[in-house]
Design a protein around this ligand. Structure first.
Ligand SMILES: [Zn+2]
Length: 249
């Protein structure tokens, strides 16, 4: 399977640095598969839909998943699946532009956003986003044992959700077995990529931001260590959602 890396959102937080919404577009036998979906057109046309968190992240107009899919030369109507690391607005908002697609998330994340809502999480999930697909698959359980003590839930041939809770209660990384090795999209399980890639310089402001929005702080170190172990595997490429330095090209 061929994997394309796309920028599906740009945000300019007042405290900097500028960040992106890094998503994957997979040429899968079942159709195009989007891994995470960044921002969507309706939200950028009316940013009030994003709630107060928009002031913290300041999404920039004109950069969305559907625009990125078109710019890469693909027909958005051919996107058959959207596999989501979690349901924060800057990860699911772009999926609204693919209502024909089946959306996938963990059952824990779906419950946190819909039926088991805690006061502390009220501003991060937007109800306008959660009914955007008539076909929503929430995947229960931990899945099968996988690498480095992690587990994996296969959602499509060659694509898995790897539960990595912490940033949210149901967060998962997404793995894609591509022609060029295994791509691991870590979502927001890490913000500063130097946590897993020692060749990069530390960015203190990203680390501080990660701590300010984490739901289960005790899981941060565990997740960073797991991603560092995956990064060290010779067949693996790890990327995360927001660090511009790990976007190829
Ligand atoms: Zn995010």
């Amino acid at each position: 399977m061929r994997v394309h890396h796309l920028v599906a959102g740009r945000m300019a937080p007042p405290l900097g640095p500028a960040i992106i919404c890094h998503v994957l577009l997979v040429e899968h036998p079942e159709g195009l598969v989007l891994v995470d979906s960044g921002l969507g057109r309706a939200d950028l046309a009316d940013p009030r839909r994003l709630g107060p968190a928009r002031h913290l992240l300041r999404p920039q107009s004109g950069v969305t998943a559907i625009d990125a899919v078109e710019a890469a030369g693909f027909d958005p109507s051919h996107v058959a699946h959207v596999v989501l690391t979690h349901l924060d607005f800057d990860h699911v908002g772009g999926a609204l532009d693919f209502p024909q697609a089946t959306w996938h998330t963990t059952a824990a994340e779906w419950a946190a956003a819909t039926s088991d809502i805690k006061a502390v999480e009220k501003t991060r999930y937007r109800s306008a986003h959660l009914g955007g697909s008539s076909s929503m698959q929430s995947h229960a359980g931990e899945g099968d044992p996988w690498r480095h003590g992690l587990s994996a839930i296969e959602v499509l041939d060659g694509i898995t959700l790897v539960p990595m809770i912490g940033h949210t209660r149901g967060h998962a990384a997404v793995t894609v077995q591509s022609d060029a090795g295994l791509v691991v999209h870590a979502g927001d399980a890490v913000f500063d990529a130097s946590h897993y890639d020692p060749a990069l310089a530390k960015i203190g402001i990203l680390r501080a931001f990660e701590k300010s929005v984490v739901r289960i702080p005790s899981r941060l170190k565990t997740n960073h260590a797991a991603l560092a172990a995956l990064h060290a595997d010779p067949d693996v490429t790890v990327v995360n959602a927001h660090d511009t330095r790990v976007f190829p090209g």
